[in-house]
Design a protein around this ligand. Structure first.
Ligand code: IPE
Ligand code: IPE
Ligand code: MG
Length: 248
């Protein structure tokens, strides 16, 4: 029996987000340069996308590159961008076959032109995917996303097209890059770090958090299933009491 068989099919998180961390340490442990870890992280991405599809997760957001990651040495950033282009080329067919629809969040303008061209192509080529929506967070910063939303809202108010009373949770959510996706039910971070690193801060207000010491290149389907199993043991209370949830 595999871990997938233990999952409650009626309690699958609709949206899972993952902070894929630990590539550098994985490579270092093997006496290799950091990029070796990034390269080996691609298999983990493939397995995770497949595992998400198998469990019936509808949205999977992967934190692939943060705004802060631009501050890494140029050679590492360049290597990550090349890896992204190669991975898109290699994975497109498989994604289409698995009915995956690819989307992105983040500051696309800061990415190199060749990366943007590949992204536009894969987004167009997978747009009919009816299965999993795979959202890549690229050059993403949650604080920046919130700042941009606030600016747009402020402009509308200043122009008289929106009143202060209309500003509520729903409106702010609608101005974020994630407007068309539900909030993550489960957020996973690998590599034993316990922080959010500027990822989906607004959207994760009520996400269940799952931290694992597994380094990203070692992450496999069974690790994903284990995270979902852990999620299914939890009681999501959203501020209510346990009794209120049980008698619902
Ligand atoms: C995550 O692995 C990948 C990216 C941030 C692009 P890291 O490169 O952060 O690996 P560690 O955390 O240094 O081990
Ligand atoms: C977070 O990992 C960003 C991604 C996984 C893309 P980092 O390795 O950049 O995060 P910090 O700097 O350790 O918090
Ligand atoms: Mg890291």
């Amino acid at each position: 029996m595999n871990a997938l068989d233990f999952l409650d099919k009626n309690n699958i998180p609709q949206h899972v987000s993952i902070i894929m961390d630990g590539n550098g340490r994985w490579a270092k442990k093997r006496g290799n340069p950091r990029i070796f870890g990034h390269k080996n992280g691609v298999k983990a991405v493939r397995e995770t996308v497949e595992a998400a599809g198998e469990t019936g997760v509808k949205y999977l957001t992967l934190y692939a590159f943060s705004t802060e990651n631009w501050n890494r040495p140029k050679a590492e950033v360049d290597a990550l961008m090349s890896l992204l282009v190669n991975s898109i080329e290699n994975e497109t067919e498989n994604l289409i076959k698995n009915k995956v629809r690819l989307q992105t969040i983040g500051c696309r303008e800061s990415l190199p032109d060749n990366v943007n061209r590949k992204l536009d192509a894969i987004i167009a080529n997978t747009s009919n995917g009816t299965g999993l929506t795979l959202i890549l967070a690229l050059s993403y910063s949650s604080k920046f996303e919130i700042i941009e939303a606030v600016k747009k809202i402020a402009n509308k108010v200043a122009a008289g097209n929106l009143s202060e009373e209309q500003i509520d949770e729903k409106l702010i959510s609608d101005y974020l890059q994630t407007a068309s996706f539900p909030d993550p039910d489960l957020m996973i971070r690998t590599s034993g770090e316990y922080r959010l690193s500027n990822f989906l801060l607004w959207q994760s207000a009520y996400s269940e958090l799952y931290f694992t010491p597994v380094l990203w290149p070692d992450f496999r389907k069974h690790d994903f299933f284990e995270a979902i199993l852990d999620y299914q043991k939890r009681e999501r209370r959203f501020g209510k009491t346990g009794d209120q949830i049980e008698t619902k």
